[in-house]
Design a protein around this ligand. Structure first.
Ligand code: APR
Length: 166
């Protein structure tokens, strides 16, 4: 089964998919950027559930419900903070995409939207992050049962970085 890959320039909170991925921090207690937007759109119950998760390690992923979002689930993942490239950042970013797909498979999630993890506050180089995202998803889709992956960009630079690689 061929998985659909879409690249969009939009706000991820409006995506009509089974799960949207949140670029969270290790506390899982919310923040700015896409984390703030998702909590804002999902409503206060999301934070209540997150409080029960006891955080998430960098590269890890945890699932919650989506509450007021269209998406049934939110997959919270914690990207690496860019520290120059010699602190295993590439591998940890790849772990985010791998672990999100693993959770999607475990929960029968068929359509999932990813933001550009780590490319905001965490300052991961944009082209490098796009290449890792596309490669990791491509390498891990087989057997996942996922039918559609949407890469949601929020700015033109990220959008261009994805469009130039597909
Ligand atoms: N929809 C889609 N993408 C968005 C949205 C949105 N509503 N808002 C921001 N983004 C994009 C940013 O433009 C960036 O390209 O998400 C990408 C990730 O940026 P951040 O949200 O800053 O996340 P990240 O760089 O992974 O840093 C995570 O930021 O918000 C805090 O709590 C979060 O501490 C954590 C840190």
């Amino acid at each position: 089964m061929e998985t659909r890959i879409e690249i969009k320039l939009t706000d991820i909170t409006g995506e009509r998919v089974d799960a949207i991925v949140n670029a969270a921090n290790t506390s899982l207690l919310g923040g700015g950027g896409v984390d703030g937007a998702i909590h804002q759109a999902a409503g206060p119950e999301l934070l209540e559930e997150c409080r029960l998760m006891h955080g998430c390690p960098t590269g890890g992923a945890k699932l919650t419900r989506g509450y007021r979002l269209f998406a049934k689930y939110v997959i919270h993942t914690v990207g690496p903070v860019w520290q120059g490239g010699k602190h295993n950042e590439d591998e940890l970013l790849a772990d985010c995409y791998r672990n999100c797909l693993k959770l999607a498979q475990e929960h029968g999630i068929k359509t999932v939207a990813f933001p550009c993890i780590s490319t905001g506050v965490y300052r991961f180089p944009i082209e490098r992050a796009a290449a890792i995202a596309l490669k990791t998803i491509d390498e891990n889709l087989a057997g996942s049962g996922v039918e559609k992956v949407v890469f949601v960009c929020f700015d033109e630079v990220n959008h261009r970085a994805y469009l130039d690689r597909v």
